[in-house]
Design a protein around this ligand. Structure first.
Ligand SMILES: [Zn+2]
Length: 241
């Protein structure tokens, strides 16, 4: 893994498989017959997307800090970012706030850039012809809205699934809430994989498989763990794309 530095005391890494994402984007551009400038633009968009994925992860990390939960590290991979939280308490409220904090970061940025876009447009900076800054602002708004909406899909361990478990845990006990959230998530994952196969969209397939596997391991962990354990094992993942 490539270390990208330490921010707010949290180490950030880029997973080596990221070269596949860069290669894939390059392949798509080549297939579409793009010139060098357009190819660079596509790689730039990849950079923009993952910059906001990273900020999303820091949203989780800062919310976790508020609950005295440490973030060991943040890893960026082609299928999304993962914040490794240590010592997550079994508290629906904490899980709800920490899971929601990531998507809220994206919603906030979408709002800020939308405001900027409107402000600049009103100031007469936009011409009739599409200009680069306008295009960039629109892309950033779209990227953030997609990250916001996609992560709220109730597919545990994605944020929406964690929010769902937290809500269910307020109604039932934690075990039943987890079981329901995992099964709903796996249903969503199967639908995602089917859609990914039809389109075809490899990233969606990988995320679906990831959701299925993590869901199963969560159910196994639940089945094997002792009743008196008050803390979850020192690893909790937040995933997004
Ligand atoms: Zn997230």
């Amino acid at each position: 893994m490539l270390p990208l530095g330490r921010y707010l005391g949290i180490r950030v890494y880029l997973h080596w498989t990221f070269v596949f994402a860069v290669a894939w984007v390059g392949y798509l551009g080549w297939q579409a017959g793009f010139d060098t400038a357009q190819m660079l633009g596509m790689q730039g968009l990849l950079f923009v997307i993952f910059s906001f994925v990273l900020l999303h992860e820091f949203g989780h990390a800062l919310a976790a800090k508020w609950f005295q939960v440490e973030t060991r590290e943040i890893v960026l991979s082609p299928i999304g970012g993962i914040a490794f939280l240590v010592g997550m308490p079994r508290s629906p409220w904490a899980e709800f706030v920490i899971a929601l904090a990531g998507p809220l970061v994206n919603l906030t940025f979408a709002g800020i850039f939308w405001g900027l876009d409107c402000g600049l447009g009103r100031a007469g900076l936009w011409g009739e012809e599409s200009n680069f800054l306008g295009y960039l602002l629109q892309s950033v708004i779209q990227v953030n809205l997609i990250l916001f909406a996609f992560n709220l899909i109730p597919a545990f361990p994605m944020d929406g699934g964690r929010i769902l478990r937290a809500a269910l845990a307020a109604l039932f006990d934690f075990r039943r809430a987890t079981w329901c959230a995992v099964r709903i998530g796996q249903g969503a994952a199967l639908a995602g994989i089917a859609y990914g196969l039809v389109r075809p969209q490899w990233q969606l397939i990988l995320i679906g498989v990831f959701v299925l596997i993590i869901g199963n391991s969560e159910l196994q962990r639940l089945a094997s763990e002792k009743e008196e354990a008050d803390l979850e094992p020192a690893r909790e993942e937040c995933h997004e794309n």
